[in-house]
Ligand binder design. Sequence first.
Ligand code: ADP
Ligand code: MG
Length: 313
Amino acid sequence: AVPLVVAINTSTAAQNGMLIRDRIAMEEARNLDTVMFDKTGTLTKGEQGVVGIETVEGYDEQRALAIAAGVEGDSEHMIARAIRTAASEREVERVSVSTFENLRGLGVRATVAPEMVPASTRPSNSSSNPSKGETIHLGGPNLLDRLGVERPHSIVAFADEAGKNAQTVIYLVHEESSVVAAFALADVIRAESRQAIDALHAMGIEVAMLTGDSEDVARAVAEELGIDQYFAEVLPDEKDTTVAQLQSEGKLVAMVGDGVNDAPALARADVGIAIGSGTDVAIESGDIVLVDNDPRDVVRLVRLSAASYRKMQ
Ligand code: ADP
Ligand code: MG
């Protein structure tokens, strides 16, 4: 009888938009205590757009965008796409860069020709060799902490306002010493997320959220969606540790995610649920794949698990 039930279960699952890669995880889903969601690309659409730019003296929006879009290079990150799109919409030409480097979970770093950077912000006692170019960093608050860079007052005010509106702020840093511009990016919460979370609560399941994004944005999204617990500014290699932390409290945990950064957490979770439109690495690390990218399918999955495995007992 077992193979028959499992077969029915699998095809019903397929009809409900889920692909089961690990049957044991599917069976465990009926006993879940906590569902942890990744924020960007999972609870939100992950289609970010630049909605505001603040610059220091010597810079204007065009210059800041030209440098930022150049520094993002060909990065596939949503933030990189948003910045390149903003530049091309304003017909700003990207500066060319050398020595591009991706700083996982923090941002990016590249070298830009000296003539592309306004002289006013160039440190007068700069030890860098001008012929080698200027070092530019682009990234969130984690990056500023890492570099030990302070923000000028105008940028702090801009970031506070953006944070209140659940916008993500990305900073442009010149020579590891000064923040010369900030970009506010807005993302849209999926309409289905609220319904999914309400339904999980009704089943007695706790909902948590995990993100590399700032505390401000995480709090705003968590409040908006009625999420019980959130973890913000989590670095990529800490995502699975956060899942482990909940497990050590004796909880059976599902993780729902889409990104490369989510893969270890998906693998660590008792039930790893990958978003179908996510990266290949996430999908390969998931026990179950949500084909339609709909967070409500997590609810269907728990119901299906309960219904199917009751039959087997
Ligand atoms: P999430 O967990 O929300 O999916 P990530 O772990 O991918 O986010 O990124 C964490 C943070 O690192 C972002 O919120 C952003 O501040 C910064 N970051 C990552 N990649 C980039 C990039 N290409 N350009 C600018 N900032 C970036
Ligand atoms: Mg993500």
